[in-house]
Unconditional design. Structure first.
Length: 317
């Protein structure tokens, strides 16, 4: 899969593949041409990704080949034990959760899981959690608080599921309770937006001591399509909405909504999954080490959100 604005690079990469498949690859002329095209493709990719528009970043954040929460969990954590169910209604596979080891320390891991192919995407409801998913998070955060386990969450959802059944089972209350629990636990909470951080469904897992975003991820109260539909009664103005929403990692760092950005490999996380996962692992390690120096974790979290309000208020003036 490729994005429309990547087409010139894709064409070059296809030419390179064709040349490499030619018999007699030892021909120096062919090798020189391959090297020239590879250099040109890299330069073109660097140029494209250095000036992505907010809407293009939305498309990159939604890329089907970006690593999912399960990819981060399997590479970063050890001895992961899956924990399921909210003990009230059932299990929600849109949110993966469990206890694992991280650098020799037990932690609680939770994350939105979108799935990697059509069957798994359907099974995980495309990362859109139901009320039981958020109630499961509340239950497990209580567990983490009881046993003094730091919490690491991976955010990647277009938003909470808005179906009739979810609303009947108290979707808004479940999200609000999850936000309240995230803010009140006395253990460190570190959240990483790895793709699309959409609406309250994302905020429920991102009320943390440190909120980290990947370079080409997005984080907003509503999708650009939804914003455009409300403001202008048409989703066709989604690109304009994306620009106005300030949903990129760079905008949100400037507004102090997030704390830091993890650079992605050239061309986005989907081009080198292992490299970006390892970079996220290093960032989590550093932030957990920072939290060991904090005497009052809950107060640290409260002050963080108060700073956001002061910063936005100052900019408004």
């Amino acid at each position: 899969m490729f994005l429309d604005f990547e087409l010139p690079v894709i064409e070059l990469e296809e030419k390179i593949k064709g040349l490499k498949a030619i018999h007699g690859i030892d021909d120096l002329k062919i090798q020189d041409e391959i090297a020239r095209l590879e250099k040109k493709a890299t330069a073109m990719l660097k140029s494209i990704y250095s000036k992505l528009s907010p809407w293009q970043k939305v498309l990159v954040a939604r890329h089907q080949m970006r690593p999912r929460a399960s990819d981060y969990i399997s590479r970063i954590f050890q001895q992961f034990v899956h924990l399921a169910g909210d003990r009230k209604f059932g299990e929600d596979r849109a949110i993966v959760s469990g206890i694992a080891k991280l650098y020799g320390r037990s932690v609680l891991v939770i994350g939105h899981e979108k799935g990697s192919d059509m069957n798994s995407r359907i099974a995980h409801n495309f990362g859109m959690a139901h009320p039981e998913g958020y109630r499961k998070v509340v239950r497990l955060m209580d567990l983490a608080d009881k046993f003094r386990l730091p919490v690491v969450s991976f955010v990647d959802t277009p938003g909470a599921y808005a179906g009739t059944g979810a609303e009947e089972r108290g979707q808004f209350e479940a999200i609000a309770s999850c936000i309240e629990k995230s803010l009140s636990v006395s253990v460190p909470v570190i959240s990483i937006v790895i793709g699309e951080g959409g609406s309250g469904g994302a905020i429920a897992l991102a009320c943390a001591n440190y909120v980290i975003m990947l370079e080409h991820s997005v984080y907003s109260v509503i999708s650009p399509e939804g914003c455009a539909s409300i403001l202008w009664r048409t989703a066709d103005r989604k690109e304009e909405a994306a620009s106005a929403q300030k949903l990129t990692a760079q905008d949100l760092l400037h507004l102090r909504v997030i704390d830091c950005i993890v650079p992605e490999p050239l061309g986005g996380a989907h081009r080198n999954q292992i490299a970006v996962i390892d970079s996220v692992s290093d960032m989590i390690k550093r932030k957990l080490a920072d939290m060991l120096l904090v005497s009052d974790v809950r107060q640290h979290r409260v002050e963080r959100f108060c700073r956001i309000g002061k910063c936005i208020d100052a900019m408004g003036r």
